[in-house]
Write a protein that binds this ligand. Structure first.
Ligand SMILES: *Cc1c(COP(=O)(O)O)cnc(C)c1O
Length: 377
């Protein structure tokens, strides 16, 4: 008999999603606008207390719109977290900007304030800073915001992975000038694909909605004074999002429990360290990750192969952006004074563990047993 697949993080539907989707069909709002889109924006804004939101076709589109709002153009420097998914920085390239990759620090695996300071010394006038909350763990926002303010540089929070995570009681995504969320299939809640731009400024959300609907000037005829984008969220997928949002806190609680179980189970294996959480925050634990102690002979590949053996999905840590062939030639600011990269070290020694909301107690036991076996033979 084939073993059931255990997923890294797959969509978890509850039923209400279909009700909202049905409503869209029943009212013929099968379009990139409509009542679900408007309601989903309001509901996410209310949940995160972000102010205003613009529902878009992806988190990547939301980052692109944030950079567009900040006027990023040819040759503008944009500081961005190095240890992340490429979608965090691809939009810089869409606007012909120059990314400067900022290393991770070891305490939260997020943007290093020390490396950020060094970046400002070398390039005093970047257009923006894009800070990621990796795997759902809030970055050191106090330090990062202070540095950004000191240099009067706007902060964009890539909270694609951290919807529902808080820092000092406030939702990630609501600290910077602009924030973005993603509802891709593997995120903590999903619309199959989608994203959101958020801001405390109503005008910003309105302008992004304008850009995202082809920048049509308010005229009867089709007139355009600015370049437009087809980035609006569909009213059908917004319906999925409304249903999912009702279960976000439940998903978060489940993911936190998965992290806790791994942490507790691996306490007696000194070669395993779980990804650190920020003590000033409450992480959604989107993905539970581990790093393996240097020189113990066990590699991430070995653990991932063992998990594949029980049909469980795992994944390497994101490969840092400064090591990506496509970004060769762009500058990188290391956390360590000797120039060595914290992110590269985490990438070399780490992996993401199955963190699916639907993992059963038996699944968790089996994953944990399999990982432990790699270390104890
Ligand atoms: C998923 C993700 C994105 C992109 O979101 P999409 O909705 O897939 O476009 C951006 N940044 C990070 C860190 C992500 O994990």
């Amino acid at each position: 008999m084939d073993r059931k697949r255990i997923y890294l993080s797959s969509p978890t539907m509850h039923g209400e999603e279909q009700k909202y989707v049905q409503e869209a069909f029943d009212t013929n709002w099968v379009a990139p606008l409509g009542p679900n889109v408007n309601a989903f924006e309001k509901e996410v804004a209310a949940y995160t207390d972000c102010g205003y939101a613009a529902a878009l076709s992806s988190g990547t589109a939301a980052i692109h719109m944030a950079l567009k709002m900040l006027g990023v153009g040819q040759g503008d420097k944009v500081f961005v977290s190095d240890l992340t998914f490429s979608a965090s920085c691809n939009p810089i390239m869409y606007e012909n900007g120059d990314p400067v990759f900022i290393d991770a620090e070891p305490d939260t695996w997020n943007m290093s304030p020390a490396a950020l300071r060094r970046a400002f010394e070398k390039y005093p006038h970047p257009r923006a800073v894009i800070c990621v909350h990796l795997y759902g763990t809030p970055a050191k926002l106090d330090e990062i915001m202070a540095i950004c303010e000191e240099h009067q540089t706007p902060l964009v929070e890539d909270a694609a992975e951290s919807l529902s995570s808080t820092y000092r009681g406030r939702h990630t995504g609501t600290f910077g000038k602009y924030g973005i969320y993603s509802f891709n299939g593997n995120k903590i809640i999903t619309t199959s694909g989608g994203g959101m731009f958020v801001s405390a400024e109503e005008d910003a959300a309105k302008k992004v909605t304008f850009y995202a609907t082809q920048s049509r000037d308010p005229a009867r005829h089709y007139q355009h004074s600015e370049i437009g984008y087809n980035y609006r969220m569909s009213n059908v997928t917004a319906g999925i999002g409304r249903g999912q949002l009702l279960h976000l806190e439940e998903h978060k609680a489940r993911k936190k429990e998965i992290y806790r179980q791994y942490k507790e189970a691996f306490e007696d294996i000194p070669e395993i360290h779980m990804n650190p959480l920020n003590p000033d925050g409450d992480a959604n634990c989107w993905l539970s990750c581990m790093v393996i102690e240097e020189g113990c002979g066990v590699t991430p590949d070995l653990v991932m192969d063992a998990l594949e053996g029980i049909n469980a999905e795992s994944r390497p840590i994101w490969k840092p952006m400064h090591l990506q062939p496509v970004f060769a030639g762009y500058d990188f600011m290391a956390h360590n004074a000797d120039g060595s990269s914290v992110g590269e070290d985490i990438f070399n020694r780490g992996l993401c563990l199955p963190s699916d909301v639907k993992n059963t107690a038996e699944d968790m036991d089996e994953i944990i047993r399999t990982v432990k076996k790699c270390f104890r033979g």
